[in-house]
Design a protein around this ligand. Sequence first.
Ligand code: FES
Ligand code: FES
Length: 166
Amino acid sequence: MKVSKTYPLKLNVNGEWKKAEVTPRETLLHVMRERLSHTEVKEGCGKGDCGACAVLLDGKPVNACLTLALQADGQRVVTLKGIGTPDKPHPLQESFIKKGAIQCGFCSAGMIVTAKGLLDKNPKPSREEIGKAISGNLCRCTGYKKIIEAIEEAALKLRRTKNDRR
Ligand code: FES
Ligand code: FES
């Protein structure tokens, strides 16, 4: 039996450095879920069509199923759990719940991660810009309207919080 050579991988996941030995063919999705137990990174289509597996890689949303783990070596990975937790939810998570933008929940992790990537670089996106940002994230339940409203509401809340701090 042929055994694939492995290489050391170092990732900063939600602020913590993690190490693994991976083969060149392993995807970031596989490593996150199977080796680092970050099952909040969801597996959907596995071929770049649904956005369920989105993570922020050095601040930019990427599909983890299309990213080779070794391509991410030395970089920062942020998952849904790095954005907020049940005890300390992010405004995006609060708005998704409040607006009914989470139904079956299959798309939600990827959607929120993608929205976070958008709001970090564009705190006041138009509806069109939000639509464009989430165009790679498939939702079979909500018709997108509630998701877009939730992102708008979170953006407003984040801008207000920032202004209050000034
Ligand atoms: S699982 Fe990665 S895009 Fe669908
Ligand atoms: S809430 Fe079901 S796929 Fe989006």
